[in-house]
Design a protein around this ligand. Structure first.
Ligand SMILES: [Zn+2]
Ligand SMILES: [Zn+2]
Length: 157
């Protein structure tokens, strides 16, 4: 919709963002609505994570995430509880209902991974690949043709 044309510039090649052409003001939050956030950018990337940490911190068999520029993301209601789930990453939770809203990795300091299930419009952030399939549950069958990575996908892939 707002294709800048040309294509020159120093940004990485644009991924075919799932929300390309749609509005870039997204909102979301936890189930009880104590924690609310807004994002003023289109997603940079998205995917499924099958890792054990995502599984245990959500209680779900797989997590769908979408990455956004960190400076485009802000909490607009109560602050979440922050839990360091690994030496390199923190997860944000609603202290009231327990919903996990986001993940911040020290290794990707300029982006934040929002849990797609917490977006008000989760349908606009379709996953683009599967990560950590080595840890996936065998009984979960997702029959798409998205790329699969046994661990973390290399940046930009
Ligand atoms: Zn809540
Ligand atoms: Zn994970």
């Amino acid at each position: 919709m707002s294709d800048p044309g040309g294509g020159a510039g120093d940004e990485a090649p644009a991924v075919s963002a799932p929300c390309a052409g749609t509005k870039v003001e997204l909102a979301g939050g936890c189930h009880c609505r104590a924690v609310r956030f807004a994002v003023s950018a289109a997603p940079l990337d998205s995917g499924y994570c099958h890792c054990d940490i995502c599984r245990r911190t959500t209680g779900a068999p797989v997590l769908a995430w979408a990455s956004f520029p960190r400076q485009a993301f802000r909490y607009v209601a109560s602050r979440p509880t922050v839990y360091r789930s690994s030496p390199w990453g923190e997860r944000h939770f609603c202290p009231r209902c327990g919903a996990q809203t986001a993940f911040c990795s020290d290794r990707a300091g300029d982006t934040i991974d929002v849990n797609v299930g917490c977006l008000d419009e989760p349908r606009c952030c379709a996953p683009r690949r599967h990560e950590f399939t080595a840890e996936r549950l065998e009984w979960l069958h997702i029959e798409d043709s998205l790329p699969r990575h046994e661990g973390e996908a290399a940046a930009g892939s």
